[in-house]
Design a protein around this ligand. Sequence first.
Ligand SMILES: Nc1nc2c(ncn2[C@@H]2O[C@H](COP(=O)(O)OP(=O)(O)OP(=O)(O)O)[C@@H](O)[C@H]2O)c(=O)[nH]1
Ligand SMILES: [Mg+2]
Ligand SMILES: [Zn+2]
Ligand SMILES: [Zn+2]
Length: 412
Amino acid sequence: MTRPLSRVGLPGAPSRQAVTCPYCFASVAPQRILFRCRGQAGRTRGCAPVLDEVLAAYTGSTAGASLPPVFAAPGRRGRADCPDCGRPTGNRACPECHNGLPAAYCDSPGRIVALVGAKNAGKSTYIAVLLHELMNRVGTELDASLVACDDRTIERYKRDFARPLLEERRLLPTTASAATGPREPLVYLLTRTRRTRFARARNDSLALVLFDTAGEDLRSREVTDLHLRYLEAADAIIFLVDPLELPGARAGAADAVPDARGAADDPDSEPLNVIARVTEALRQRHGTRPGEPLPVPVAVALTKIDALRPELLRQSALHRTRSGSGVLDLDDRDAVHEQVRALLHEWQAGQLDTYLGQQYAEHALFGLSALGGIPEDGRVGTGGVRPHRAEDPLLWLLYRFGMLDGVRPGGP
Ligand SMILES: Nc1nc2c(ncn2[C@@H]2O[C@H](COP(=O)(O)OP(=O)(O)OP(=O)(O)O)[C@@H](O)[C@H]2O)c(=O)[nH]1
Ligand SMILES: [Mg+2]
Ligand SMILES: [Zn+2]
Ligand SMILES: [Zn+2]
């Protein structure tokens, strides 16, 4: 089974490692990170805002790009004095795209989690629900706060995810290709307070960078440049698979489930082909030889398990709810992994499991439902959004990153 990665680079041990910008995915040496003047505040004098053209080019709009200037400085303990107005500042910015880099992010190299999957796999729905769970129930369970790193993330999460799906209960539209407009990741800092018996409370941070890729953009080999950089920068992958798209799984679908509208007769959108393209991108960055497994942990989750026949899941690990005690239950983890593996083989999708085993040092299988029920007429089903095991892949990744303990309730 799984062992946590070494704690190298995690908070506590300040690192001089390069920081990957969560917005443009450039790898930046710490001494190259810029400072941004804090500007005027009340009666305190400081630099006036000016249009930051680099930032405006990144966001594709001048709105919100009028800010006090950035400057390069050696800085001490993350602070420097503005050369123009003399005010000290601790605000940091990426030298490539000028987006703000939170101090906690610069101190602890962010973990970038890439979320991928074919068209219609359930990615956008999953992002909406996962973030909501982390801000509420799961956040409370883990003693973790999830804070957006910029105002655009807050606004876009509300406008494009939470309001339509969670408030108005409308299904989300198909994500438009990045070719039709600039796309930006949602950037959050997840901070966990850990209280151990002997040590004082300690905070661990993880940057959660979610980029809602359009399934359409992962169809072709010419994945856009930003996608490629995103995938190359990923420290972990969550790969979503719609079980109803798997060859043998239709028979396992509940009667109420309409025919799949996604990949059915498009080989480029088959889960195996999508993950193969992602794997190629990762290999370029890691420079591994073809036979060598990639070190990036990959969580593969079957989405929409509410749409499977109830008898497929009855009395099974997937059907249970997690105990929810702020640790990863490794017995439960093994049981779910084995059950999903068995389902994949039963559905003539064992190839997927075999391929992942060959290409990645570690992959873990999951089954989840973001909505908790079959939607009707473009709307969430009558009980509202009731996620089931949606947080499981993330909990496993936290465990792999050394931010969550694993226990075996049934003994070692
Ligand atoms: N039954 C069920 N259906 C779901 C669930 N999540 C998503 N769906 C269905 O799958 C459809 C596609 O979900 P999206 O989240 O838009 O999929 P996507 O991967 O973002 O698709 P693209 O943006 O086109 O790449 C939704 O409109 C729902 O009909 C779920 O948990 N249960
Ligand atoms: Mg989408
Ligand atoms: Zn200044
Ligand atoms: Zn950047």
